[in-house]
Design a protein around this ligand. Structure first.
Ligand code: UTP
Length: 283
């Protein structure tokens, strides 16, 4: 199955850090966010990882290209582990498709239509992390169990925050699994059909690519993936798989990026104590 990673948005919520580079290239601990996302797709046996690239793309392409000079330099300095890390990033099998203008997530996904053809495909948002790589596997199981239906990931959000997200309506089949009836973009708190927000991972049928070709610009003047998925629900089934709060992380804003770094650093013995000490020392 092909995996599409849209990474061509403008990242305006993270300016000026994203003035000259993509927000997907910002580091979380030791590597850029998008490297985690590529590794997650490969861990789910994606046979091709397609990054949708936009402006300010040089660093991103360079990150996934071999750097023999840097590698040799590191080895000459006795830094083999760093050389291995550099070679690993340069050897990851990714391809690039350009989105000439950031016309929306739906448009970005459709840029890869020629690559996915008549096959189902994954979409992994390039600024969302699932470091233990388990969610796509659970989604694939549900996709197979329900005759190849589309499956989206969702995460529970506090009730008072539902109006910031796309929220699912549906019936719960078991713990962590829903059959989706509708998707409601940014509902008012009192009208929200659930507290489960769409969360950056999708396993979609080829019908979605067909629908995206005809999806008109929606909210914000952008071609929205959610609009195509709402249309999909009129003809095909869709399921939603829950991502646990300690399993999935957003990095698209300064606040969420900071929180993600802290949470993941606390899992690493080499950072955890230093971080606790630093936080305690500032009160
Ligand atoms: P976001 O809406 O979070 O990204 O899109 P953005 O538009 O870059 O963010 P802000 O609002 O300006 O801060 C989710 C993902 O979809 C990609 C983004 O790069 C991000 O990884 N995307 C979005 C595209 O590839 N193309 C687009 O036209 C829009």
């Amino acid at each position: 199955m092909k995996a599409i990673i849209p990474a061509a948005g403008l990242g305006t919520r993270f300016l000026p850090a994203t003035k000259a580079q993509r927000k997907e290239m910002l580091p979380v601990l030791d590597r850029p966010v998008i490297q985690y996302v590529v590794e997650e797709a490969l861990a789910a046996d994606a046979d091709e990882v397609i990054i949708i690239n936009g402006s300010r793309k040089v660093a991103l392409v360079e990150h996934f290209s071999p750097s023999p000079d840097l590698s040799e330099f590191l080895i000459s300095k006795g830094k083999k582990m760093l050389a291995d890390a550099v070679n690993h990033a340069g050897d990851l099998p990714v391809s690039f498709v350009d989105q000439d203008r950031p016309l929306g997530l739906g448009h970005a996904v459709h840029c890869a239509a020629a690559k996915t053809g008549k096959e189902p495909f994954y979409v992994l948002l390039g600024d969302v992390l699932v470091p233990d790589n388990q969610v796509l596997r659970r989604m694939l199981e549900v996709h197979k169990r329900y005759n190849g239906a589309s499956v989206i990931a969702v995460i529970k959000v506090p009730r008072e925050q539902v109006s910031r997200f796309g929220i699912i309506a549906g019936s719960q089949l078991r713990e962590g699994l829903w059959k989706v009836n509708d998707l409601v973009e940014k509902p008012a708190v009192e009208n929200a059909p659930s507290e489960y927000a769409i969360f950056g991972r999708y396993l979609l049928t080829p019908t979605v690519m067909e629908l995206l070709a005809h999806t008109a610009p929606g909210a914000g003047g952008e071609i929205q993936l959610t609009d195509a998925l709402k249309t999909l629900l009129t003809t095909e089934e869709m399921y939603a798989v829950a991502v646990d709060a300690d399993e999935g992380f957003d990095t698209g804003t300064i606040e969420t990026w900071l929180e993600t770094n802290v949470r993941l650093a606390m899992r690493k013995p080499e950072f955890a104590q230093m971080l606790k000490d630093a936080i305690t020392s500032v009160g």
